[in-house]
Design a protein. Structure first.
Length: 150
């Protein structure tokens, strides 16, 4: 019985609301970089299109094919990423990993909305899906940094 109650907490109304309303949920026509990530455990995929101008995210698009938790994470990231620096994105990814894997604090603003996913800490099989959008965005900004410094 407590397993059912834990699942109900995991799929809270807020997580389902976020999953149903993902910002920047369409691909960009001419992104500077595109990165697709897949979770081998569950098959969730996220494709991120990203452009930087002046060292900040100026355009962002995403195609999310994931569980409600992965969709909720994509929703929070999509709502927070515009205007962020690559350092903020990399920091958010690392902080989300720490929150999920070590029960650490939630990511700092502007990604603090990822706190809603704290109930997923106990569900290790969901972590990869939750991390997909930030993993893809982190790889995208890292690729852009390499091409701009080359």
């Amino acid at each position: 019985m407590s397993g059912d109650s834990d699942l109900i907490k995991l799929y809270s109304a807020r997580i389902l609301e976020l999953a149903a309303d993902i910002p920047h949920h369409t691909r960009l026509e001419a992104p500077a970089v595109t990165v697709k990530k897949r979770s081998p455990l569950c098959g969730s995929t996220v494709t991120v299109d990203l452009t930087l101008e002046g060292g900040k995210v100026s355009a962002f698009g995403q195609d999310v094919k994931a569980c409600a938790l992965g969709q909720a994470a994509a929703s929070v990231v999509g709502g927070a990423i515009m205007g962020c620096t690559p350092a903020q994105i990399l920091q958010a990814r690392d902080e989300l990993k720490t929150m999920l894997k070590e029960d650490g604090p939630a990511p700092a603003a502007p990604f603090d909305g990822l706190q809603v996913l704290r109930p997923a800490v106990a569900y290790k099989n969901r972590h990869a899906s939750i991390l997909l959008t930030l993993d893809a965005a982190s790889e995208a900004v890292s690729q852009l940094a390499q091409t701009q410094s080359a």
